[in-house]
Design a protein around this ligand. Sequence first.
Ligand code: 13P
Ligand code: SF4
Length: 319
Amino acid sequence: MVFAASQGTATTDAEHRAAIERLRRERNAVILAHYYQEDAIQDIADFIGDSLELSRKAAATDADVIVFCGVHFMAETAKILSPDKTVLIPDLEAGCSLADACPPEPFAAFRAAHPDHIVVSYINCSAAIKAQSDLICTSSNAVDLVRQLPADRPVLFAPDQNLGRWVQQQSGRELTLWPGSCIVHESFSEQALLRLKLEHPDAEVLAHPECLPHLLDLADFIGSTSKLLHRAEQSSATSFIVLTEPGILHQMRLKVPGKTFYEVPGTDGCSCNACPYMRLNTLEKLHRCLETMAPVIELDEDLRQRALLPIQRMLELSR
Ligand code: 13P
Ligand code: SF4
């Protein structure tokens, strides 16, 4: 109850930060954050990474509690990999349009219609989809993993058709695609991108492979969030136009302070380039979840074991 009283009185970011520092020590908790989290969460996290790096961290941690500042499928993956840990997420409603676009029953029918296919699923899906998959991939390793599949077997790829098309192009493998997409990466305005390119002709265009194909065609470099960050560090360019959720710009500006980064707005200038699910997590909710130890990620043990196999295959195959 001491915890409840302290939560009740904390109102400023500084107070939330102080309480989070104290609670994470008391709970032996590790705070993992995706690049799309708000700046204040990235600043207090123990580790920031892309989906692949975060799942590796979740599998390897010796903390008792994992507070996953990201979306539900990411926290669920942490629970699949670390069943003995308590896995918390600041807002249980933090979902993902890709995961929502691929419900288990229609997916089972899709698989049944292609019985000879290897099923590769992007990690942005529910445990129920992972459990029906042969192999999981992330945007960081998808091309490399698909290249390693036996050449004589056809492949199903779900749920992101934009990532799937890009993997198809890069790997030269024909993929049968599930028709899902990310509402954020489909929102970028081509007009605004072309205008930014005209205004900053020397800027490199960095894009996440979930973007629409005609925007990927305008990119100089395509990769996962971590790969985009490394590219910004290593490239000789001094300015960048970034086609992914603008949360990543915080780390880019911190890691490469001498360079300039431009975000691309959504169509009609809307702020739909910010992921509405990722942004449900706040510093205050992070404080509250460490204090109350809720919301907690729970998973049926049989489902967890079936979802674990294709994730383990991914971790073994990805270099
Ligand atoms: P990363 O694989 O780059 O972490 O991307 C995850 C994601 O949700 C992109 O929208
Ligand atoms: Fe899902 Fe898109 Fe948000 Fe990534 S940016 S978590 S794919 S809705």
